[in-house]
Design a protein around this ligand. Sequence first.
Ligand SMILES: *[C@@H]1O[C@H](CO)[C@@H](O)[C@H](O)[C@H]1NC(C)=O
Ligand SMILES: *[C@@H]1O[C@H](CO)[C@@H](O)[C@H](O)[C@H]1NC(C)=O
Ligand SMILES: *[C@@H]1O[C@H](CO)[C@@H](O)[C@H](O)[C@H]1NC(C)=O
Ligand SMILES: *[C@@H]1O[C@H](CO)[C@@H](O)[C@H](O)[C@H]1NC(C)=O
Ligand SMILES: *[C@@H]1O[C@H](CO)[C@@H](O)[C@H](O)[C@H]1NC(C)=O
Ligand SMILES: *[C@@H]1O[C@H](CO)[C@@H](O)[C@H](O)[C@H]1NC(C)=O
Length: 452
Amino acid sequence: MDRSLVILGVVTFCVCASAGDTHATSGEEGILQLNTDNFSRALRENRQLLVHFFIPMTADVHKVSEIFQEAAAQLQGSEIKFAVVDAVKEKDLAKELNATEPPFIRLYLSGDKHNPVHCPVPKTSSSILTWLKRRQGSPVDLMTDTVQIDSDLLVLGFFKELNDAYIQVFYEAAVDLPDLTFALTKNEDVVSKYGLVNDDVVVVLKKSRLMQAYRMRPEVSKEELLLFITVFQMDPVTEYSGQTASQILSSPILNHALLFISKTSPDFETIYAAFNRTAAAFRLKILFVLVNVDESRNGRLLEYFRVRDFEAPLIRIVNLTNHPKMQSEPVPDDWDQTPVKQLVGSTLERVAFHPNKTVFVLFYLPYSSESRAVFPLWEELAEAFKDQEDIVIARMDASANDINMSMLRQYPSLCLFPALYSEREDESRRKYMETVRREEEAKKPKQNKLEL
Ligand SMILES: *[C@@H]1O[C@H](CO)[C@@H](O)[C@H](O)[C@H]1NC(C)=O
Ligand SMILES: *[C@@H]1O[C@H](CO)[C@@H](O)[C@H](O)[C@H]1NC(C)=O
Ligand SMILES: *[C@@H]1O[C@H](CO)[C@@H](O)[C@H](O)[C@H]1NC(C)=O
Ligand SMILES: *[C@@H]1O[C@H](CO)[C@@H](O)[C@H](O)[C@H]1NC(C)=O
Ligand SMILES: *[C@@H]1O[C@H](CO)[C@@H](O)[C@H](O)[C@H]1NC(C)=O
Ligand SMILES: *[C@@H]1O[C@H](CO)[C@@H](O)[C@H](O)[C@H]1NC(C)=O
């Protein structure tokens, strides 16, 4: 699974369910609706074609589509033509253009379909406008002698000799971060009050407070500078919410430390302060995120990271470049002692695919009331069948164990695994036997030792 999918998976909880056909209103002034048949013509006819490949029903498509339309309205009559492609309906076209993955807004220049310029994911329509403007502009536009330092967030480059190479890198970063204000100066007075006079530096200022200074070195790349700016424009710890989700998920820092905690718990202040201190020490390496488990809208996130609210406070370190692994809770000691057997990822297959037993499993989410509502019924059922050896009533926490069964999308979910009886040699049975064999084998050396 690549990162974009992980991202979609996590943010879908804040989906506008009303996404529908966001671009369908073909009355959108001046926006071309393109498909396989007429994309090439549009490309030929427009030297600058800004295309939004949208995937209906995805997390943020509604918002981005609106932003895109606003930008198009504001640039009507300019030489930049706006167009949309439904990447699902026109999936052959999207595939041919390699536009099946983000970024989904791309600028095609001079009819070249192979080398579009990628537009950063816009926060507002002015993100798009600023991006287009900075692309065509030059560092001179950022030059100033009297900087309005009191803007909310300012990225200021101070270069003594107006070093060309540094300015170039600085400007490229400004193009890629259209939501931030950038300024460029060689006036020492502007930075001297921060004690920065003798160096080429880039500083991040928040309400005129110095967040951090970055000393330029000859080998500094745009990526390094982007990393510095995007990290230090954020606080050391960011609370996860609908507003911060995209900032967190688009951060170039891929290692995240997530603190799941109840903000109303008595030790919140102490834990948060410690977390904040640690965060400051790992600024460019790990992104520190606080997840309030009291917030019901974070349910999906808890589910995604397989955290139950009663486990909080708890810290999860995740690496977003990695695949989510098949995960299992440890097998509870008494898992088969209670009437309802408690299954986990590593025992599910072994128990459910037992050839001689019929197994009925309740897959549940511990924090969902719909799930919990089934528990009494399940106890009753287990009680009723407790003397029948060939019937097993079981349950499994679907939030804490990965389940390799694509049919399970909604919880609670009930699955019946009928006994297969010995003759039927099928895939499940083969797997089951293999598991048993492996276990037997694993036991052998141990037994030998005991016998000695
Ligand atoms: C491309 O073709 C589609 C489907 O026929 C049509 O709806 C759309 O308006 C066309 N776009 C242009 C720019 O001709
Ligand atoms: C898409 O990617 C493939 C493989 O990298 C490449 O051969 C092809 O030319 C690309 N298509 C476009 C339109 O750039
Ligand atoms: C977190 O740490 C920063 C400094 O790294 C400090 O400015 C801020 O006040 C701290 N926040 C809290 C809530 O402790
Ligand atoms: C995160 O994963 C990526 C890719 O697997 C790897 O290159 C990187 O070193 C990992 N980071 C850490 C801190 O493990
Ligand atoms: C299932 O029942 C058959 C026939 O009674 C028996 O031979 C087999 O060993 C049983 N399998 C298991 C795993 O108990
Ligand atoms: C999930 O099951 C499918 C089909 O049985 C199998 O191909 C796939 O490898 C399994 N995935 C994992 C992670 O076990």
